[in-house]
Design a binder for this molecule. Structure first.
Ligand code: NDP
Length: 503
């Protein structure tokens, strides 16, 4: 892999279409900004409908090309494994690129990149495990079976917060199963996906199997989601954009898998070690400066330990080190975009206006060293109410609203009172209560005495406005295959051509 943080500095990045890096037809480029300084650091190509057309044509051709279509399952799995090995070999460079692009901590990005190859290996194993089934048929001398096959060209649209990790959960199975792909990464963090394209070539995937069109959502994203030759969309991003993409896809009757936003409840009962629960709540909402879809940003605490919990949470929050993401001592880096910073400030201000109080944080850090970047202090808001805007909307920043509850029934009602349903967490030593919560909560993921633990071996996704479709586990195979029914008549008998043979 030639791309590094150093080679990206001041460079112009091209599109990746049909196995080659090519300039956009319109000759336009956009600057990518370093969130620690708010300065531009490289430029990437601004694809429009003409480039998207080329990418989809390359992917469609590759899908039918015997070099891919007639590759044995074992060989396809081998290619995905080769990619896994290359990702492992370049994990630290890929981590540095993402940290520079989106400001997430280097220690977190290294951990993500070093674990990604396991995910590629897991999904590579699916290549030769796809099978259909033989089905009974109430006719003599007939064989009725179905088979699963790849669906075609998959359009993948990814966000900036963990571009490669979020891509891997769908790209790896998609390729193992034999589809081809056009990826549109977020304009706020494109570099790591382009670097991955180099590894895809190096691994030996045929030209056109994977294509990357960079640019804006408005231009490249819209063109991709309106394209008539896409068989399926995988979108990870905000609920509003998801709605728009699902609408575009519906015009071509194309199915989608939607991984959208969240406003996840994090519940603490008084029977747990408070420091332990505080640590979990901090990890749930402040990790990655709150820029995670599963952020546990609404915290409900049993009334009998509420004051003690708030004291401990505030004390812990005030010890969080906000700093440069490359520094190993940093706990929270900057937000990825200037807009994101204004959005967080706006929600904190609106919360105060509606009656909530800031118990910790609530502003940009004062340190001179951080003044040029998009930093925001981890913020605890108390006297929150579930109907305040900052408790209803996804902020995608380091802000938690805390409120007390008295009974389990009240807590369930509060926790489920949200348009979203992505994740949830509960801290209790009472297994009966934990299971009652797990049964009643409207969320795709439930964490008990932990938060943000995840596995590519299980299927994840949201309920309600957090989306539909699943990523991970064996379940994902259904997302990227279609079922075909085949009937063979080996009776040799001549049938009446004007009567359908129902029995
Ligand atoms: P956005 O919805 O703003 O953007 C996501 C992607 O969609 C980007 O690539 C964006 O391109 C593209 N896009 C924007 N407009 C269009 C359009 N009209 N047509 C096609 N594509 C478009 O989300 P963010 O990037 O801000 O990511 C944060 C969001 O992602 C949060 O809501 C978060 O919860 C969610 N998320 C969900 C996850 C899950 O698994 N459920 C995981 C991670 C994040 P561009 O950036 O170039 O405009």
């Amino acid at each position: 892999m030639k791309t590094t943080v150093k080679s990206l500095e001041g460079s112009r990045q091209l599109l990746f279409i049909n196995g080659r890096f090519v300039a956009p037809k319109n000759g336009n480029y956009i600057a990518s900004y370093d969130p620690t300084t708010s300065e531009p650091w490289y430029e990437f190509a601004e694809a429009d409908a003409a480039d998207v057309d080329d990418a989809v044509a390359a992917a469609s051709k590759a899908f039918r090309d015997p070099a891919w279509r007639r590759m044995t399952q074992t060989d396809r799995g081998r290619l995905v494994r080769k990619l896994a090995d290359l990702v492992l070999q370049h994990a630290d460079e890929l981590a540095e690129i993402e940290t520079r692009d989106n400001g997430k901590l280097i220690k977190e990005m290294r951990a993500q990149m070093r674990s990604m190859p396991d995910s590629y290996h897991y999904f590579a194993g699916m290549a030769d495990k796809l099978h259909g089934e033989t089905i009974p048929v109430n006719k003599l001398d007939m064989l009725n079976f179905n088979m699963r096959e790849p669906i075609g060209v998959v359009g993948m649209i990814t966000p900036w917060n963990s571009p490669l990790m979020l891509l891997t959960g769908t790209l790896a199975p998609c390729l193992a199963i034999g589809n081809t792909v056009v990826i549109k990464p977020s304009e706020h963090a494109t570099a790591s996906t382009l670097a991955l394209a180099e590894l895809i070539t190096e691994a030996g995937f045929p030209d056109g199997v994977v294509n990357v069109v960079t640019g804006t959502g408005k231009s490249a994203g819209e063109a991709l989601t309106r394209h008539p030759r896409i068989a399926k969309y995988v979108f990870t991003g905000s609920t509003n954009t998801g709605r728009r993409i699902a609408g575009n896809a519906a015009m071509n009757l194309v199915p989608c898998s939607m991984e959208l936003g969240g406003k996840s409840p994090h519940v603490v009962f008084g029977d747990v070690d408070i420091e332990h629960a505080v640590n979990g709540v901090v990890s749930g909402v402040f990790a990655a400066a709150g820029q995670t879809c599963v952020a546990g940003s609404r915290c409900f605490v049993e009334a009998n330990v509420y004051d003690r919990f708030i004291d401990a949470l505030v004390a812990r929050t005030q010890r969080i080190r906000v700093g440069h993401p490359m520094d190993a001592e940093t706990d929270i880096g900057p937000l990825a975009l200037a807009d994101q910073l204004s959005k967080v400030e706006g929600y904190v201000a609106s919360g105060v206006k509606e009656g909530a109080k800031i118990a910790a944080g609530g502003k940009r850090p004062q340190s001179q060293d951080l003044s040029r970047g998009w930093y925001f202090e981890p913020t605890v808001m108390v006297e929150a109410q579930n109907d305040m805007a900052f408790m209803r909307d996804e902020i995608f920043g380091p802000v938690v609203g805390v409120m007390p509850f008295k009974t389990e029934e009240e807590m369930i009602e509060l926790a489920n009172d949200s348009n979203y349903g992505l994740a949830s967490g509960i801290w209790t030593q009472n297994i009966d209560r934990a299971m009652r919560f797990a049964n009643q909560i409207e969320a795709g993921t439930v964490w008990i005495n932990t938060y943000r633990a995840s596995s590519f071996m299980s299927a994840n996704g949201g309920f309600k406005e957090s989306g539909y479709g699943r990523r991970g586990g064996f379940e994902v195979m259904r997302e990227f295959t279609r079922l075909k029914n085949i009937i063979i008549d080996y009776s040799g008998a001549m049938q009446d051509p004007f009567v359908i043979r129902l029995k």
